[in-house]
Design a protein around this ligand. Structure first.
Ligand code: ADP
Ligand code: MG
Length: 762
C-alpha cells in the first residue's frame, strides 16, 4: 500500500520554474487538495466526453463553468487593443452548427506562440471556462484548453472517451489527465490485490490497476463499466466487511439488561400520558423493551417521519433504563434542540422529573442539560449530577462526547436527528458506560432499506409508520420570488394568522449579508459545489438567475436573502409591522437563543426570522406558517423538516416556499415535489436521486473524501446486497480476518477513527 501513500511530488516530474507543467504536484495540491498517489487515482472523472459528439454550444448555460469538446474553426490575427496596452487573440471553436470564441490577452503578439502551435483549425480541443455571451456571441472567458490528439493520427485513440474531472482553474482537466497517466504508468502494472481471491472470482472483478486504468483512460464504454464495477464493488465490500465485523463484535459485547418495573417511573409515566400511544409507538416500544432486556447492547435505528412522535418512544425507553438502575443520555444536534428537549421532557414528566425536591414523587428522577457554552457553575452542577447518578436523564449536544463527562451508570444513549453521527461518535459515548450502553439512533429522514443497510448496516431498524391522530393538513405553495404581489401576499398570510393568535417562522439561508451562507457559513444546498470550483453538471447553474441591477452578459448569482435583511422587511412591511418579531440564529448566545425560543413557544412572539436552527425537532404546536426564503437553495429533506415544524397542533398549516428557480430546474422540481406530497419516503427517494451519492454516504460515514464516489446507494442496491452477503460469509468464516490481512488493513483505513482499535484486534 506504500505506493499509494507516496506524495505526488515523488511521482511527478519537477522542472524549472513554477508553471503547471514544471510543478504539477503543487498545482494539484493547491487546486484540489490532492497530495498522495491515492488522492489522485481516486479523483475520478465525473463524466466522459465522446469524441464523436461535440458539445452542443447552444445548450450551454450562461454563467456556468463548462468543459466543452469542440473543433477549432478559426485562428484570428492578434489585434492591438485600443483602450489599453496589449494585444488580444480571438480563436473560434465550433460544434458543426454554432460557434463560440475564446479570447486571450498578452503584451505582445509573440507571446501567443503557444496558442498558435496548439489551436490549428480542424483540431479538437477540450476547453474550459466560464460561459458568457457578448453581443449574441458565445464566449469562454479565461479559457483553459487541451488539444486532443489529432483524429488523423490513429483510429485507436479516436473512440476513446475523454475523462472530465472535477477540476479548477488551478488544477485544470488537462493537468489532471496528464498526471494520472504518469502516475498510472509509474505503478508498473502493480498494485496489491487486497480482496480475497474468492471474492474477486465470484464478483468477476478486474485487478486494481486495470480497474483504475479502465476508469481513467477507458478504451470504450464496456471497459469503463468493468472498471467502475470493480471500484464500486471494492467500496461496497470494504464497507460491508467493516459493518459485519462490528456486528460480530457487538454481539459478543456485554451490556446490562434493563427492564421497567411495574411500580417504577416508566409505568407511572405511561399512566399519566394524556393521549394513547399510536399503534406503531406501542409496537416499537415493545421492540425496544425486548432489546433493552438483553445482556447485549441494543443497536437500533428508529425511523419515523417528522411528527411521528419519536421523542416519546425514546423517553419511554429512557425511563425503562432508569427503572433498571441506569442513566440515559440524549444527544441532540443543536443547542436549540437540546434545550427544547429539556423543556418538553420535563414538561411531559411533570413531577416525575422532580427528584431531589421536597415533595417529589418517590419514583421521580432528575433531568439535566449539558451544552458546550453553559456557564461554569451550571456546568459543574450538571457534570456532578451525571457523575453521581443523581440525574437519570442527561440531555446535551456534542459536549456530551467530551472525555471528562462521566456517568455513574450510563445504560442508554439516544441520538436524535443527527445526520453526522458516525461510528466514531457512537464509540466515544459507548466508552463512557460500565458495560456498553444500549444505543438508539433516531432519524426523521426516511431512509430506503438499501441505504439504511449501507449507512447503518450495524443497526437494527424500527419504523414508526403512522402519525399521531389530529395532524392537520399543511398546504404548500411555491411562491415566485420575482413577483412582488405574491411576496406581499406572503406577509399578509403571516398577519392573518397572527390575528388568529397563531405564529409563523420565516427561514433564510444565511444570517447576515456578509456571510457566505448557511448557519456556519456553509451553504445549505446539498448540490452546492463545495470542494470543487466547477459545479456538477446536473446542478442548477448558479449564474442563471436574474440579476436585477447586474450588468448584462456577466450574470452573477443573486445572493441569498439574510436574516438581518428579512427581519427588516417583516418589521417594516405594512402587513406585519405591528407584529412581535425576533431573530434566531447560530450567532446569538445560547442564552439569547433559548430566550427567543421560550418566548416563541410561550406565545409571546408572533414571528421568528431564523436560519435553519429551527430545522429539526422544534415543536411549537401553535405555529401555523412556515415561510422559506430562497427555498430553491435548500435540499428536499431540509425543507421537509422545516415544513414539519407546522401543522403540529391540529391547526391547518401553510408552507410558503419562496423561490427564484425556474420550474424546470432541479431546484424547481424539488420544490414542486414538496408541494405535491408530504410523504417523507417519496421525498427522500427524490432527494437521494438528485444528490451526488457520495454526499449521502460521505456525510454519514467517516467523511473521507476519497471514498464512495462511485457507489450509488440506489442504483447499486443489488451490488451492495451482493457485497454484504459476501462480507458476512467471509467474516463468519474468518472473524478476525487473519486469513485476509490486506483486506483487514483496507477496512481499518476505511473506518478511519477506528483504525487503532481495529489493528489491536487483528
Ligand atoms: P418527531 O418524531 O418529529 O420527533 P415528536 O416526538 O416531536 O415528533 O412529536 C411530535 C408531537 O406529537 C409532540 O408534540 C408530541 O407530544 C406529540 N405526540 C407524540 N405521540 C403522540 C400520540 N401518541 N398522540 C398524540 N400526540 C402525540
Ligand atoms: Mg424529534
Amino acid at each position: 500500500m506504500d505506493d499509494l501513500d507516496a506524495p505526488l511530488s515523488s511521482r511527478l516530474p519537477r522542472g524549472k520554474g513554477n508553471s503547471k507543467k514544471a510543478n504539477p504536484a503543487k498545482f494539484l495540491s493547491e487546486g484540489l487538495g490532492l497530495e498522495t498517489v491515492r488522492d489522485l487515482l481516486w479523483h475520478l472523472p465525473r463524466r466522459y466526453a465522446d469524441r464523436g459528439s461535440l458539445t452542443p454550444i447552444r445548450d450551454l448555460v450562461e454563467g456556468e463553468n463548462a468543459t466543452i469538446l469542440a473543433q477549432v474553426t478559426h485562428y484570428g490575427d492578434p489585434q492591438r487593443m485600443r483602450a489599453r496596452d496589449g494585444v488580444r487573440l480571438v480563436v473560434t471553436l465550433g460544434d458543426g452548427r454554432d460557434t463560440l470564441t475564446m479570447t486571450f490577452f498578452a503584451k505582445f503578439a509573440g507571446q501567443f506562440q503557444h496558442q498558435k502551435d496548439d489551436l490549428v483549425p480542424g483540431r479538437l480541443v477540450l476547453a474550459s471556462g466560464k460561459v458568457g455571451k457578448f453581443q449574441e456571441v458565445w464566449q469562454l472567458s479565461h479559457p483553459d484548453y487541451e488539444v486532443l490528439e489529432d483524429p488523423a493520427e490513429g483510429a485507436g485513440t479516436v473512440a476513446r472517451p475523454i475523462p472530465l474531472y472535477p477540476a479548477s482553474k488551478t488544477a485544470p482537466n488537462w493537468l489532471i489527465r496528464q498526471c494520472v497517466t504518469q502516475v498510472l504508468d509509474g505503478l508498473d502494472g502493480q498494485l496489491p490485490e487486497f480482496l480475497p481471491p474468492e471474492v474477486v472470482a465470484d464478483a468477476d472483478l478486474l485487478d486494481p490497476v486495470a480497474a483504475l486504468r479502465a476508469v481513467h483512460a477507458p478504451r470504450d464504454e464496456a471497459e469503463l463499466e468493468a472498471g467502475r464495477h470493480r471500484l464500486r464493488y471494492e467500496e461496497a465490500f470494504v464497507l460491508q466487511t467493516a459493518l459485519a465485523l462490528r456486528r460480530a463484535s457487538t454481539a459478543h459485547q456485554r451490556a446490562i439488561a434493563r427492564t421497567a418495573s411495574p411500580d417504577g417511573i416508566a409505568a407511572a409515566f405511561d399512566e399519566r400520558l394524556p393521549f394513547p400511544l399510536t399503534g406503531s409507538q406501542r409496537l416499537v416500544g415493545e421492540e425496544l423493551a425486548v432489546d433493552l432486556a438483553k445482556p447485549h447492547p441494543m443497536q437500533r435505528l428508529l425511523q419515523g417521519d417528522v411528527g411521528s412522535g419519536k421523542t416519546l418512544v425514546a423517553l419511554r425507553a429512557m425511563l425503562a433504563v432508569v427503572d433498571g438502575g441506569g442513566q440515559a443520555a440524549l444527544l441532540a444536534p443543536t443547542e436549540v434542540l437540546a434545550a427544547q428537549h429539556l423543556r418538553s421532557i420535563t414538561a411531559m414528566l411533570g413531577d416525575l422529573a422532580g427528584a431531589g425536591t421536597f415533595d417529589a414523587d418517590p419514583r421521580a428522577t432528575k433531568v439535566v442539560l449539558l451544552t458546550g457554552s453553559m456557564g461554569a457553575a451550571a456546568r459543574r452542577e450538571t457534570l456532578l449530577a451525571a457523575a453521581s447518578g443523581e440525574a437519570g436523564i442527561v440531555i446535551g449536544t456534542h459536549a456530551l462526547l467530551q472525555e471528562h463527562v462521566q456517568f455513574a451508570d450510563l445504560g442508554l444513549v439516544v441520538v436524535d436527528e443527527q445526520h453526522r453521527f458516525g461510528v466514531e461518535q457512537r464509540d466515544a459515548l459507548r466508552a463512557k458506560g460500565n458495560g456498553v450502553p444500549h444505543l438508539l439512533v433516531m432519524t426523521a429522514t426516511p431512509i430506503p432499506r438499501t441505504v439504511a443497510m449501507t449507512l447503518f448496516g450495524d443497526l437494527e431498524t424500527s419504523v414508526l409508520t403512522e402519525l399521531p391522530p389530529g395532524r392537520a393538513d399543511v398546504q404548500t405553495v411555491v411562491v415566485p420570488q420575482d413577483k412582488p404581489a405574491w411576496i406581499d401576499r406572503t406577509w399578509q398570510r403571516i398577519a392573518e394568522e397572527a390575528a388568529l393568535g397563531r405564529q409563523s417562522y420565516v427561514v433564510c439561508a444565511r444570517i447576515d449579508t456578509d456571510d457566505e451562507g448557511g448557519e456556519d457559513g456553509t451553504p445549505p444546498e446539498p448540490g452546492e459545489p463545495g470542494e470543487f470550483e466547477e459545479p456538477p453538471p446536473e446542478d442548477e447553474p448558479r449564474g442563471q438567475r436574474s440579476t436585477p441591477g447586474g450588468r448584462p452578459g456577466r450574470p452573477k448569482p443573486r445572493p441569498a436573502a439574510a436574516v438581518s435583511q428579512v427581519v427588516e422587511i417583516v418589521r417594516n412591511h405594512p402587513a406585519t409591522a405591528g407584529l412581535r418579531t425576533e431573530v434566531l440564529h447560530g450567532r446569538l448566545t445560547p442564552g439569547e437563543k433559548d430566550d427567543v425560543m421560550s418566548r416563541f413557544s410561550g406565545g409571546e412572539l408572533d414571528v421568528v426570522v431564523a436560519t435553519t436552527v429551527v430545522e429539526v425537532g422544534v415543536d411549537v404546536p401553535n405555529a401555523s406558517v412556515m415561510v422559506v426564503v430562497d427555498a430553491d437553495r435548500f435540499g428536499i429533506s431540509q425543507l421537509h423538516q422545516l415544513r414539519g415544524r407546522i401543522g403540529r397542533g391540529g391547526l391547518p398549516g401553510t408552507c410558503l416556499l419562496l423561490s427564484g428557480a425556474s420550474e424546470a430546474s432541479p431546484a424547481g422540481q424539488r420544490l414542486a415535489a414538496l408541494a405535491r406530497t408530504r410523504d417523507g419516503f417519496e421525498l427522500a427517494r427524490l432527494d437521494l436521486e438528485q444528490r451526488r451519492e457520495g454526499d449521502v454516504l460521505g456525510a454519514a460515514q467517516s467523511g473521507e473524501r476519497s471514498s464512495l464516489q462511485l457507489l450509488g446507494v440506489l442504483r447499486d442496491a443489488d451490488l451492495i446486497a451482493h457485497a454484504r452477503a459476501a462480507a458476512v460469509t467471509l467474516v463468519a468464516a474468518d472473524p478476525d480476518l487473519s486469513r485476509a490481512r490486506p483486506l483487514a488493513a483496507a477496512v481499518a483505513a476505511r473506518v478511519s477513527g477506528d483504525t487503532e482499535a481495529f489493528l489491536e484486534r487483528v
